[in-house]
Design a protein around this ligand. Structure first.
Ligand SMILES: Cc1ncc(C[n+]2csc(CCOP(=O)(O)OP(=O)(O)O)c2C)c(N)n1
Ligand SMILES: [Mg+2]
Length: 198
């Protein structure tokens, strides 16, 4: 069932990522969040730090694969990867491994601004002919979606938190320069903290 999602759009009707992520984080219950470097980490940190968040600062391309590892290690908890299009495209081969492992507790959300926001808004491949949801489908994901409108986004909480995984969702979001909200950048600390929280 669709849930109410508090959203905001820019002047062209494109979803703003920061309030969208804040709304999703508020609905997490005890889900574990694994966030990709760049905008996704800032968005989730801006919604409030938690020891159940594992943030990437580097390791571009590794977020989904790390989410798979967490999902296998914690089969009784929901694991949600929130990452960017650049990170996901760099690790796109991991989708085949994830579909093959088929963790029912894992969902992946790509915040697709069609850019490398972190490094200066260089245009990414998803701005052109590349359809990541279709690539996930080809990798073997049964549940995939691309959401870009206010109407479509209502299904997002259910997809991320309730639908049997693995789930792959692309949310088309507006480009822009939200404030960079930095949680700790100490990888050893973040890893230990996350482990302790589990
Ligand atoms: C292997 C590697 N190549 C390049 C970079 C530089 N880099 C850091 S973030 C980033 C772009 C991230 O883009 P995306 O995942 O779409 O995030 P967003 O647009 O939300 O910031 C790049 C190219 C890196 N950290 N590692
Ligand atoms: Mg991006």
């Amino acid at each position: 069932m669709d849930q109410q999602v508090k959203i905001s759009v820019d002047e062209q009707g494109r979803l703003r990522r920061r309030p969208l992520v804040a709304d999703l984080v508020s609905k997490r219950d005890d889900a574990l969040l694994v966030t990709g470097l760049g905008g996704a980490t800032y968005d989730v940190a801006a919604a409030g730090d938690s020891d159940k968040n594992f943030y990437f600062w580097g390791g571009m391309g590794l977020t989904a694969m790390t989410g798979l590892g967490v999902a296998i290690a914690q089969p009784d908890r929901r694991v949600v990867v929130i990452t960017g299009d650049g990170d996901m495209m760099m690790g796109i081969g991991s989708l085949a491994t994830i579909a093959s492992a088929a963790p029912s507790n894992l969902a992946i959300l790509v915040l697709d601004n069609e850019r490398f926001g972190e490094t200066g808004e260089q245009i990414g491949l998803s701005a052109g002919c590349t359809d990541m949801a279709l690539m996930a489908k080809g990798a073997g994901f049964e549940t995939t979606a691309t959401l870009s409108t206010e109407e479509e986004i209502g299904s997002l909480p259910g997809l991320l938190y309730k639908t049997p995984g693995p789930v792959f969702v692309v949310a088309k979001v507006a480009p822009g320069n939200d404030e960079r909200v930095l949680p700790s950048t100490d990888g050893a600390y973040l890893t230990r903290r996350f482990r302790d929280a589990l």
